[in-house]
Design a binder for this molecule. Structure first.
Ligand code: ZN
Length: 75
């Protein structure tokens, strides 16, 4: 089972293993895990994870924090 948050309904859904299939080949994309989950909402959603994806998300979050820190706050 895989617990996902449906991007359409924003609800948490449990998806059976047989409804989840990999779409990234770890031999070609090391550090990236991508799966497609057939969601109870009727859609198929792609979820990315893995070391490289998490590192990229951390870089974006750090850049976002730095950008917010640069915004002037009215006194
Ligand atoms: Zn869905």
């Amino acid at each position: 089972m895989l617990l996902i948050t449906c991007p359409v309904t924003r609800t948490d859904e449990l998806v059976a293993d047989r409804r989840v299939r990999p779409v990234a080949d770890p031999r070609n994309r090391p550090g990236v895990v991508a799966v497609v989950a057939d969601c109870p909402c009727g859609g198929a959603h792609v979820f990315l994870t893995g070391r490289r994806i998490e590192q990229a998300r951390a870089r974006l979050a750090a850049a976002d924090r730095a950008r917010r820190a640069d915004v002037a706050v009215p006194a």
